[in-house]
Design a protein around this ligand. Structure first.
Ligand code: PGA
Length: 266
């Protein structure tokens, strides 16, 4: 991990937990997680819970992220919520998650528009990229990462890119929500290679400073037992956690691993 870039642990709750269940989980996490200046803990609950949780959370401990939003700020788009409406509620927006790309057919252009919309509304994108099983077997991992990074960042400036977060999430490594202890995950050198490709692509587009400022996370079946070793991977700045973030023992264990790592490096 790089001391310039703050370590980040993100919990993506996906379509789990209603408002009161979300509030209860935050309460439990609040009891277990200490305030760590060196570790940023970000939670992405259901959209419905963002408003009440924004009042409930201790902002020294937690930040909120939207799991999704629409790229046009305002208009006749029945059912949509825009990044501009989320401005006061969240610091981050998860964009390009494979659930959105694959289950809701979000294409590269839409991801690009969402990145620009988030940035325009002072919400930092957490851009997810990563190859499917088929693409991996066909040896296309580098090309997929390249295409997803380059198209997503097309409408932002080098300065805006600097504060962005990119999560490498190989689709084949994502858990179903409950099998995160046993799921296949990439080898450390595969994650290292993806991190380097992401930074290389950002460098080609926006220069060395942007490439070394962005934070790169890994996501895919992360749990409390795997977190510490993952955080040892060179250039990795944190973890994006799905299934294990719904379990407060697991998630606080992951945050503890990040904190331990930071303390050792301090
Ligand atoms: P997982 O999900 O940790 O359950 O694999 C990660 C994600 O989808 O962001």
């Amino acid at each position: 991990m790089n001391t310039q870039r703050k370590t980040m642990i993100v919990g993506n709750w996906k379509e789990h937990l209603n408002v009161s269940q979300s509030s209860l989980l935050i309460h439990r996490l609040h009891e277990r997680i200490k305030t760590h200046r060196s570790v940023e803990v970000v939670l992405a609950p259901t959209m419905l819970a963002l408003q009440p949780l924004s009042v409930q959370i201790d902002r020294r401990k937690f930040r909120l992220a939207a799991q999704n939003a629409y790229h046009i700020d305002e208009g006749a788009f029945t059912g949509e919520v825009s990044f501009s409406m989320l401005q006061d509620l969240v610091h981050y927006g998860i964009i390009g998650h494979s659930d959105r790309r694959n289950k809701f057919n979000e294409n590269l252009d839409e991801v690009c528009s969402k990145v620009a919309a988030a940035v325009r509304n002072n919400i930092m994108p957490i851009l997810c990229v990563g190859e499917s099983q088929t693409e991996k077997l066909a040896g296309e991992t580098n090309r997929v990462i390249h295409d997803q990074v380059v198209t997503a960042l097309a409408n932002v400036t080098a300065k805006e890119v600097q504060s962005m977060v990119i999560a490498y999430e190989p689709v084949w490594a994502l858990s179903s929500g409950t099998d995160f202890m046993h799921h296949a995950t990439p080898k450390p050198d595969e994650i290292l290679s993806a991190i380097n490709i992401i930074r290389h692509n950002v460098k080609e587009l926006y220069g060395v400073s942007a490439a070394s400022s962005i934070r790169v996370l890994y996501g895919g079946s992360v749990n409390a037992s795997s977190a510490y070793d993952l955080l040892n991977i060179k250039g990795l700045d944190g973890l994006l956690v799905g299934g294990a973030s719904l379990n407060y023992h697991e998630f606080s264990g992951i945050v503890d691993a990040a904190f331990r790592k930071q303390q050792e490096e301090a």
